[in-house]
Design a protein around this ligand. Structure first.
Ligand code: NAD
Ligand code: UDP
Length: 320
């Protein structure tokens, strides 16, 4: 007979479950037989991301803001709720910090009462504009505490602090994942992130907006790889807390990304220069040694293959 606790281990709460990453995570958890409670206030999430799950007997949607306490019964918590694109998280910066900090406190409190395992979707932004390259998990970061990106960066850093304090103080089983730039189908077409911007601009024949000189770099991970890493992390033994970088170490300049998008879409759009936003990190590349060793994980999808899937998705969205 399986233990009572393992019979119940399958009830997952996904906060931010109707967002880009959250909706893919819900799909994967349902596919492996778990019951999923998707909790989202639909600030940046979209109903269409989870429409196909709404009638599934193992799926439930709850419209709720994680800055308020929540009383439900689950076995594991995936805390993804937080706007992730600069345009969205700077729209209401106070609410962004509240979502990270109060949201973490509420989700950690819930995990404590239920003795549930909890995973935090943290970010490479905890490294700020990094002075070491590539970024390893033991680097403490170079973050401006009072700039326009601080509501997100410092909110996520404080959430990590809370996770580790709940772990030390209350023996909570935590998993902290530092996600690097991820892209794929179901990104919001207007969220201002570079991959969605360039693809939508290319498909519409509009100018491709390069911020600054376009020589700043990012490393782009396809969503399927990222979700695979996330699930592997949650499945590790209790002694694995992270933080752990998950991302694709292949690094590109924004000019290279724009040229690749133009090639794959066959678009004749022109590149235009716009001012670089304040505090925009110059370079970013994850050191994924820890993920390789601990999770036996590394990304499999190359940029061109991932972009093709994403372009196909945006073609459909724009057509409708
Ligand atoms: P997203 O904006 O598509 O999803 C975030 C979801 O959280 C949305 O559905 C939104 O409605 C919901 N949400 C926001 N505030 C909420 C609140 N107060 N209460 C309840 N729900 C709320 O972004 P995403 O790319 O899917 O990011 C998911 C998580 O991963 C975020 O925590 C983000 O910080 C993290 N992350 C993402 C990336 C990336 O490249 N996509 C990189 C680093 C970290
Ligand atoms: N960027 C750009 N053009 C755009 C949108 C973004 O050149 O239309 C740049 C932006 O300045 C940054 C990089 O692309 O250097 C990645 O931006 P994004 O907002 O996707 O992610 P983040 O800066 O949070 O890594």
């Amino acid at each position: 007979m399986p233990k009572a606790s393992s019979l119940l281990e399958d009830r997952a709460l996904v906060s931010g479950g109707s967002g880009f990453l959250g909706s893919h995570l819900c799909d994967r958890l349902i596919a492996r037989g778990q019951n999923v409670l998707c909790v989202d206030n639909l600030f940046t999430g979209q109903k269409r991301n989870i429409e196909h799950l709404l009638d599934h007997k193992k799926f439930e949607f709850l419209r709720h803001d994680v800055t308020f306490p929540l009383f439900v019964e689950v076995d594991q918590i995936w805390n993804l709720a937080c706007p992730a694109s600069p345009i969205h998280y700077q729209h209401d910066p106070v609410q962004t910090t509240k979502t990270s900090v109060h949201g973490a406190i509420n989700m950690l409190g819930l995990a404590k009462r239920l003795e549930a395992k909890i995973l935090q979707a943290s970010t490479s932004e905890v490294y700020g504009d990094p002075t070491i390259h590539p970024q390893t998990e033991d680097y403490w970061g170079n973050v401006n505490p009072i700039g326009p990106r601080s509501c997100y960066d410092e909110g996520k850093r404080c959430a990590e602090t809370l996770f580790f304090d709940y772990h030390r103080q209350h023996r909570l089983r935590i998993k902290v994942m530092r996600i690097f730039n991820t892209y794929g189908p179901r990104m919001h077409p207007n969220d201002g992130r570079v991959v969605s911007n360039f693809i939508v601009q290319a498909l519409k024949g509009a100018d491709i907006t390069i911020y600054g000189d376009g020589k700043q770099t990012r490393s782009f991970c396809y969503v399927d790889d990222l979700i695979d890493g996330m699930i592997r992390l949650m499945d590790t033994s209790d002694d694995v807390t992270g933080p752990i970088n998950v991302g694709n170490p292949r690094e590109f300049t924004m000019i290279q990304l724009a040229e690749t998008v133009l090639k794959l879409t066959g678009s004749k759009s022109k590149l235009v220069r716009l001012p670089l936003p304040d505090d925009d990190p110059k370079q970013r590349q994850p050191d994924i040694t820890r993920a390789r060793n601990t999770l036996r994980w590394e990304p499999k999808v190359g940029l061109e293959d991932g972009l093709k899937e994403t372009i196909a998705y945006f073609r459909t969205i724009l057509a409708t």
